[in-house]
Design a binder for this molecule. Structure first.
Ligand code: UDP
Length: 416
């Protein structure tokens, strides 16, 4: 039974999937833009597969950012938890997702819940499922920065989700290694690539940008375009204002350059952006873009500057030079492939250097993407079919070898 809070906050799409009783029921949960981009290819494949009944749940942790993406990927949500309110804390998101999802888990009784990445929605979803002994699949498992408070709260969310997860879908071998070093059993880990590459390939093949973005690209055709995104909590405050001032000065000084910045709706980003960049020549402040328009701008960029994780995973496929606006990255592959540079506090120097000598910028070309080959979603669905079959061995066992490695001094009754 849903209590009054839940009745109000859960909006249900009545057109649920077919009542195929023999199908495996998978509940897919997302709440933010990157989760939706990265889960859309998996939902697509699941929906096409006769073996699965798919229930799509959005927490709407980022309401406005999600809507255009649902449209692009032609996705309908079966339930919307409607958790978004202005300026809420991670604790509020966590509590609301936990409570309202619990009612859905009770009603739908899925065989598995699929979560993605490291958001509070993903962590709350995994925890809600664990408490009901529902299996959990984690997409983009095993990313680690090594610093429990950076990115915050994502690093801890990731680690906690790994403790709860039944099937870990890693993008890279390094991510798998991270999980093995935390004594997660190798039979539960699958290296499949990052599903963002699948989503990007879909957009690159299928979609045309809007007239507005085509016009902006045309208007700036003789300029070196810097495409900026910044919205991470660690960048708020001095780091973000310093970076924006540096970019403003660079654009002012170099008349053959321009800055294009889809501004994240977070008030911490909007206010400083307005103060530093509003009404400046050759600075284009835009609303957050849908994926098609953003990909078109990435393709048209002379340089991308971003603190986003997803953008680091996308640039190798697009062959675009990237300044990573962070002190460290848990995705070293882009920097190691020499497609990206870790900026830290050196934005001014790096901009000047690479403007004076464009050798690195010109050398960057589309390459084999170290994060995936565009078939991650297909692999995940194939694996799910196998591991959810009754023939697959039970998973909540403690493997002798990993117990030895962890030197746990506990006794275990072998009851398998
Ligand atoms: N993105 C987008 N429109 C924008 C900015 C970013 O579609 O205006 C895409 C981008 O291509 C990437 C994802 O959103 O796939 C990154 O999302 P975000 O930066 O919010 O999260 P993060 O990757 O840092 O987790």
């Amino acid at each position: 039974m849903l209590d009054s809070f839940q009745k109000k906050s859960i909006q249900t799409n009545e057109s649920l999937n077919s009542n195929n009783n023999s199908a495996c029921k998978i509940l897919v949960l997302f709440g933010t833009r990157p989760e939706l981009i990265k889960l859309a290819p998996v939902i697509f494949k699941l929906k096409k597969h006769p073996h699965f009944q798919t229930i799509v749940v959005s927490s709407s942790q980022h309401t406005d950012l999600l809507t255009p993406f649902l449209k692009i990927f032609e996705l309908k949500t079966d339930y919307d938890l409607c958790v978004m309110t202005a300026n809420q804390t991670p604790n509020q998101v966590y509590a609301k997702v936990l409570l309202s999802l619990d009612a859905i888990l009770d009603k739908e009784k899925p065989d598995l819940i699929l979560v993605q990445g490291d958001t509070t929605t993903a962590y709350a979803g995994a925890f809600a499922a664990f408490n009901r002994r529902i299996k959990i699949g984690h997409v983009e498992a095993g990313l680690r920065s090594g610093n429990p408070v950076s990115p915050f709260p994502e690093e801890l969310n990731r680690r906690l989700i790994s403790q709860l997860t039944t099937f870990h879908f890693c993008a890279t071998k390094e991510n798998r290694q991270n999980l093995l070093s935390e004594n997660i059993h190798e039979n539960q880990i699958f290296v499949v690539g990052n599903t963002v590459v699948d989503a990007l390939e879909f957009i690159k093949k299928n979609e045309q940008p809007s007239a507005k973005i085509e016009q902006l690209i045309d208007e700036t055709r003789n300029l070196k375009r810097i495409l900026l995104t910044t919205h991470r909590r660690e960048s708020f405050g001095l780091t973000m204002s310093d970076n924006l001032k540096t970019l403003r000065e660079f654009i002012e000084k170099n008349k053959d350059t321009c800055l294009i910045f889809p501004v994240h709706p977070n008030p911490n980003v909007r206010s400083v952006t307005r103060k530093i960049l509003a009404n400046r020549e050759r600075v284009f402040l835009l609303k957050p873009l849908d994926y098609i328009d953003f990909v078109a701008l990435m393709k048209a960029a002379w340089l991308i500057a971003s603190d986003s994780g997803g953008v680091q995973e996308e640039t190798p496929s697009l062959g675009k030079p990237l300044f990573v606006l962070r002190e460290n990255t848990e995705r070293p592959e882009a920097v190691e492939s020499e497609i990206a540079k870790l900026v830290g506090k050196n934005l001014r120097e790096l901009l000047a250097e690479n403007y004076a000598n464009e050798a690195w910028i010109n050398s960057v070309k589309p390459m084999k993407n170290p994060f995936g080959d565009g078939t991650a979603a297909k692999r995940i669905v194939k694996i799910l079919k196998r591991v959810l079959s009754p023939a697959f061995p039970p998973l909540f066992y403690i493997h002798k070898e990993s117990r030895r490695k962890s030197r746990l001094k506990t006794l275990q009754i072998a009851n398998e």
